[in-house]
Design a protein around this ligand. Structure first.
Ligand code: PMP
Length: 353
């Protein structure tokens, strides 16, 4: 509280990211990072980038990266926007495309940054409850709105909405922007990017933090109609001309181009996830169907907060959300290596015994 703060700052409720503790030997399963490192080609590229050119500003338009992303998704660079992590891309989307008179719509259980952006930009919103099975009900979104946003798969539930349902949503919402946040789509979903050619109101947001294992590099992007991309670019060019530094652009290009590493590592995460789910179910956990690199699990006889605290005493950290209360029994657990998953299962077996 300071008399020097603007009213906006007084009124903010900032997002709280999962912690990044510096403790050694931690089994860190709390922020949905990839347990495998980035492509060796990325590391090679980053080393080569460390040179005299760092005295020069990077390309403000990140042209090479936008081309690499366009190639990957079979669109044009004019349909691609890049930013400093998908959080920044999302922030610009809220300001550029979701701020209108009518409230925007998103689920009651979803990425908790969305209401924070609404607070920052003064955007009215309505949160629509997931159903009993923690699924998004498209029928609820067939009402007047200033825009729609949700992750697919959703976070922290990990539940996937079928592409046919997203198309039904787009058909019924021709006059407002629909943002699909596909941070986790590469672990079991099909991207909606292919729908962008037919639905000019669709913006699909991706990150390199998860399936491409580059959370530390901070790169995210959006794909959509060139008019939507232009809106994001107008905000970016009124905010920070160089959101991606030279390392970020070069490393991200290498990551987008290494399909073999991408497929191998996400395949390993998916296999570990399926194994972990089976083992937790044997311990009596109920696990929501996951299409992500994390699972949402609860035990009928043990409280989510208590389990999280007991795991922590054993140097295993997972994420627990107190709100809304119907997700308080759950833990959100990032898929680690098989060894990390085994450590988790062993610890939980002891705790619930
Ligand atoms: N969307 C969702 C649903 C997320 O869980 C995250 C990760 N916290 C992000 C976007 C942002 O990821 P990043 O800024 O690392 O791209």
């Amino acid at each position: 509280m300071s008399k020097f703060w603007s009213q906006v700052v007084h009124d903010l409720t900032p997002y709280v990211p999962g912690e990044q503790p510096k403790l050694p030997d931690l089994v860190k399963l709390n922020t949905n990072e990839n347990p495998y490192g980035p492509s060796p080609k990325v590391l090679e590229t980053l080393r080569a980038e460390a040179g005299d050119t760092l005295r020069l500003y990077p390309d403000p338009n990140s042209g090479r990266l936008r081309q690499a992303i366009a190639d990957y998704h079979h669109v044009t660079p004019a349909q691609v926007f890049v930013g400093n992590g998908s959080d920044e891309v999302l922030a610009h989307a809220f300001q550029a495309l979701l701020k209108h008179d009518a409230p925007i719509l998103f689920p009651d259980i979803t990425y908790s940054f969305y209401p924070v952006y609404c607070g920052l930009y003064g955007i009215a919103y309505r949160q629509l409850p997931l159903n009993e099975a923690f699924e998004i009900r498209v029928d609820d979104y067939l009402q007047p709105n200033g825009g729609i946003i949700f992750p697919n798969p959703n976070a922290p539930t990990a539940r996937l909405l079928a592409l046919s349902e997203i198309e039904r949503l787009l058909q019924a919402n021709a006059d407002s922007v629909v943002v699909i946040d596909e941070a986790y789509v590469d672990f079991g979903g099909e991207s909606a990017v292919g729908l962008a050619a037919r639905y000019p109101q669709l913006l699909v947001v991706h990150t390199l933090s998860k399936a491409r294992s580059l959370a530390g590099l901070r790169v995210g992007y959006a794909v959509g109609h060139a008019d939507l991309i232009e809106a994001l670019t107008r905000v970016k060019d009124s905010f920070n001309s160089y959101p991606l530094d030279r390392f970020a652009e070069a490393g991200a290009v290498a990551a987008m181009q290494d399909q073999a590493w991408f497929d191998e590592t996400r395949g390993k995460v998916i296999a570990s996830r399926d194994k972990l789910v089976a083992e937790l179910e044997m311990l009596g956990f109920a696990v929501l169907p996951s299409a992500a690199n994390f699972i949402f699990a609860r035990h009928p006889a043990h409280d989510g907060a208590a389990l999280t605290a007991s795991l922590r005493e054993r140097s295993i950290i997972v994420r627990h959300f107190k709100q809304p209360s119907r997700i308080a029994p759950f833990m959100r657990i990032t898929i680690g290596t098989d060894a990390q998953c085994a450590a988790l299962v062993n610890a939980l077996r002891e705790i619930i015994a």
